[in-house]
Design a binder for this molecule. Structure first.
Ligand code: BGC
Length: 465
């Protein structure tokens, strides 16, 4: 493997094949951050069942705290990572994130008491939040536009694979009741991420924004065709030498892009995905399914999530982002309506066919999320902001995503008891329809366009694009 700052002046220009391999490897290493994001958010559901064996007297509030404190950590991590990534660079930020992951999961695995475990979950949360921001940021900047959709969405594939892996690990380790190992296994991808990233390049866009064009050119020689380099540097330079400060994130001229990012973030969460990801087994078993059937349905749901993400990756750069986003969000609404109707008609206890119809509705919902709003949110926020504020602007959207996730996660069980299962899922269906109407009017197509061209267009008034 080649080191970042090794001199390359005598090396021949890379062939397209080499470009792809290098770029793919960089994307794959960084996407381990997504795997850890998925694993660490998913693992808690199973681990919760056994933690009480070692730490006696845990209340259900303690368990809620342990689950949701990670989301607060993630919110702070996303905020900090944007500033840090703009200041010291994307690469050191990814390295720091990987180091936090290693520290957090190892402390969780050996924690001698509950307080230490809560502290470890905060550290893991900081890493998850940072990864959720800096991974799509970095990948979006190192890959050529024609494959950016697919490669940025590697991250979503990694998140969903992490969730599925955690369900399988939880299931596999359940008989040994080994919650420490459930947490600790995440150290393996975290160490791989750290080591792999040591051999990766800094983002060429960030280098140009810092006035370090010679280094940017060195990096681009490895990951672009020779003919593309000058134009890309010139474009990034032009855009990054305009105004640049955190205040700009709130500059009226950028307000509409900021609002689009935050709306995508909030809609991704308030349409209910994590009520399914975190609570599906609880929901299904309390609706009358046996525990093992509920766990099996959960694994199937996790697998559909992964498979449909793969379909999305194949399609994003062909059909474009908008058709998948709009079609997927419509599918989510239909899925939620099916689930709500089964509860409305069958009551809170599902039997026979109604249980299967509810599960089919859940699978339709998750599959539709995975083909649209899941990957498209993370992709668009790596594409629509001007480079000079990209890190900070992505932080704002990512924080909004974690904040909305926290609110939904903490209130879901209360919502179920207040307005019932049917009412809750009708609410998510209604919110999916509102999201669809908003996306239809406001979200731009970014397929196959350079980040610079997208930025140029978004600078124009809506009518002039
Ligand atoms: C969301 C997560 C969610 C996951 C499910 C991601 O895009 O941001 O909150 O758990 O998708 O696949």
């Amino acid at each position: 493997m080649t080191r970042t700052h090794e001199p390359t002046s005598t090396a021949p220009p890379p062939s397209s094949r080499t470009i792809h391999r290098r770029v793919l490897l960089g994307a794959a290493i960084t996407a381990l951050g997504g795997l850890l994001f998925g694993y660490d958010t998913g693992v808690i559901s199973g681990a919760l069942l056994f933690i009480g064996r070692d730490f006696h007297g845990l209340t259900s509030f303690d368990k809620e705290l342990l689950t949701s404190i990670l989301l607060i950590g993630a919110l702070i991590g996303a905020l900090a990572a944007g500033r840090i990534a703009d200041r010291i660079g994307r690469r050191p930020t990814v390295l720091g994130t990987a180091a936090l992951f290693v520290a957090g999961v190892l402390i969780a695995a050996v924690s001698p008491n509950f307080a230490v475990l809560v502290g470890a979950r905060v550290i893991i949360g900081l890493a998850v939040g940072s990864a959720s921001m800096v991974v799509p940021l970095y990948i979006g900047e190192i890959v050529p536009p024609r494959i950016r959709g697919a490669l940025v969405s590697f991250n979503q594939l990694a998140i969903t694979s992490g969730i599925l892996a955690s369900y399988l690990v939880d299931y596999g380790l359940a008989s040994r009741q080994n919650w420490r190992l459930m947490f600790g296994l995440a150290a393996i991808p975290a160490i791989l991420m750290f080591t792999g990233m040591l051999f990766q390049h800094e983002s060429p866009h960030w280098l140009v924004a810092q006035g370090r064009e010679d280094e940017a050119r060195e990096v681009l020689r490895r990951v672009r065709d020779q003919g593309e380099i000058d134009a890309e540097i010139a474009q990034v330079r032009e855009l990054s030498t305009r105004r640049s400060s955190m205040r700009e994130v709130f500059n009226p001229a950028l307000r509409h892009v900021m609002i689009i990012g935050v709306m995508l973030a909030v809609f991704q969460q308030i349409t209910g995905i994590n009520t399914i990801i975190y609570y599906a087994p609880t929901l299904l078993s309390s609706a009358g399914l046996g525990n093992s059937a509920a766990l099996l349905a959960n694994v199937v749901n996790g697998a559909v999530n992964v498979l449909m993400t793969i379909v999305a990756i194949r399609l994003l750069d062909r059909t474009g982002r908008r058709p998948l986003l709009l079609g997927g969000t419509a599918g989510m609404a239909v899925g939620m309506i099916v689930v709500a109707l089964t509860f409305a008609i069958g009551g809170s206890h599902l039997h026979g066919n109604t249980a299967y119809i509810a599960i089919a509705g859940l699978l339709l919902y998750t599959g539709s999320f995975a083909i649209g709003l899941g990957p498209v949110f993370w992709l668009l926020i790596s594409e629509i902001y001007p480079v000079r504020i990209r890190g900070q602007a992505m932080s704002v959207a990512t924080m909004a995503n974690w904040g909305a996730n926290f609110v939904v996660t903490i209130s879901f069980l209360t919502l179920l008891s207040a307005i019932g299962n049917a009412g809750t899922f009708f609410l998510f269906a209604g919110l999916s329809i509102v999201a669809l109407a908003y996306f239809q009017r406001q979200v731009p197509e970014t397929k196959n366009r350079s980040l610079q061209a997208i930025e140029h267009d978004l600078d124009l008034p809506v009518g002039a694009r």
